[in-house]
Design a binder for this molecule. Structure first.
Ligand SMILES: C[S@@+](CC[C@H](N)C(=O)[O-])C[C@H]1O[C@@H](n2cnc3c(N)ncnc32)[C@H](O)[C@@H]1O
Length: 375
């Protein structure tokens, strides 16, 4: 039904609108209710110029002694899996990522690592046979856009689908074990045929365990779940049991992690968006309207993330909610402040939002070591 000017003027909502439109009205009404509540709470929020972060992810991933297990990292991004495996004692062989600023980040934080980025980091160009006998564990999160709810979900038809490349590396190197990480979308019914073909191909030589890990179970103050597949060479006669992965007893909320004012409410951050996904460069970490509403409930503004705490403080939000800076986002992802991301703000946020939370990788790594590599 066409709306008359009088209807528009009076905000009249006709009963025969589409479900989509109805949903949009519901979300917008919820947002204005939240904005009202925020206005009431505003007085308690003071923009602060220095970081008051109270959560140090390193406390939950104490550095373990070297376990001698050699690990090669594909699609390394900003180093979530790399950092977690490193702190749990694995010996780093090399990292590969096609993005220059991913390579810059890894080199900056780990000057002694071998890191390939840009053209040299493009996995499609590498002859993996040179690593045969030199790598015990291969890990990687092939780009998730083809399977992500945020993308068009073209699966293997998407040019960015890199699963075949991961499989090529596994076949050439024949590591004793591997870890694949991806978004939950990869486990959805829509991709069952493709997924089954991948798993079937790998299961000829590897015993496979697929499961989902939730970042909040590892002390990370974020609602973030990822699909994981662990493969263990059949001839090693060991297989991985996900139920044995140690979890954290600590459950934290965003406000407490960032050291914000006690406001009488707190909760997990919604999944941080990868700002590299989509046609536009953005500095918003909100990945859906529902997540915008959740951030509002937390008294936090998820758009226009600032490069630093002092800049965030000098640019208060109009509704009085708390403006985040990049370092706070990295803490909400489980990266310690000592890990310094490189690149423009949207690139740093992209690496953060694309990563496996390091405390998740740490626990997964130590459990893989105990179950598949220890005597
Ligand atoms: C999901 S992210 C991986 C995140 C990483 N595992 C972590 O924990 O931080 C996927 C990465 O694959 C990289 N990538 C995409 N195509 C690639 C290619 N052809 N060669 C190497 N890396 C590629 C992207 O640049 C992106 O950083």
């Amino acid at each position: 039904m066409n709306q008359t000017p009088a209807m528009l003027e009076s905000n009249h909502i006709p009963w025969d609108i589409t479900d989509e439109r109805r949903e949009a009205y519901a979300v917008s009404s919820r947002l204005s209710q939240l904005a009202r509540k925020q206005a009431e709470r505003r007085a308690s929020e003071r923009p602060q110029a220095t970081l008051s972060v109270r959560y140090d992810p390193n406390e939950e991933m104490p550095r373990l002694n070297s376990n001698g297990v050699r690990v090669l990292s594909l699609f390394s991004g900003g180093g979530g899996l790399d950092l977690g495996f490193d702190r749990s004692g694995f010996e780093h062989v090399a990292s590969y990522d096609v993005l220059d600023f991913a390579g810059d980040t890894l080199r900056h934080n780990k000057p002694d690592w071998t890191v390939y980025s840009g053209k040299d980091g493009d996995v499609t160009r590498v002859d993996w046979r040179k690593y045969k006998g030199k790598v015990d564990l291969l890990h990687g999160g092939p780009p998730c856009q083809p399977f992500s709810i945020a993308g068009r979900r073209n699966g293997q038809l998407d040019g960015r689908d890199m699963f075949p490349e991961f499989l090529r590396a596994v076949h050439a190197i024949q590591p004793r074990a591997f870890v694949i990480e991806n978004v939950l979308g990869f486990l959805s019914q829509k991709f069952s045929g493709y997924r089954d073909r991948i798993l079937q191909e790998l299961s000829a030589e590897y015993s496979l365990t697929s499961f989902v890990l939730s970042a909040k179970d590892f002390g990370v103050p974020q609602d973030r779940r990822r699909a994981i597949i662990v493969g263990s060479l059949r001839k090693s006669k060991r297989s991985f049991d996900a139920a044995l992965i140690p979890t954290s007893t600590i459950k934290r909320g965003v406000r407490s992690a960032l050291g914000l004012n006690e406001a009488g409410f707190d909760g997990l951050a919604p999944t941080l968006r990868c700002t590299l996904t989509g046609p536009r460069q953005t500095t918003s970490i909100a990945n859906s309207t529902a997540s915008v509403a959740k951030w509002a409930e937390l008294g936090i503004w998820p758009h226009g993330v600032s490069p630093s705490r002092s800049l965030a403080a000098s640019f208060p939000t109009r509704d009085g909610t708390y403006r985040l800076c990049v370092e706070e986002c990295q803490v909400l992802q489980g990266f310690p402040l000592s890990w310094e991301f490189q690149g423009a703000v949207y690139q740093r946020l992209g690496l953060i939002g694309n990563s496996v939370c390091p405390p998740v990788a740490y626990s997964l790594g130590s459990s893989i070591h105990d179950q598949l590599f220890s005597d």
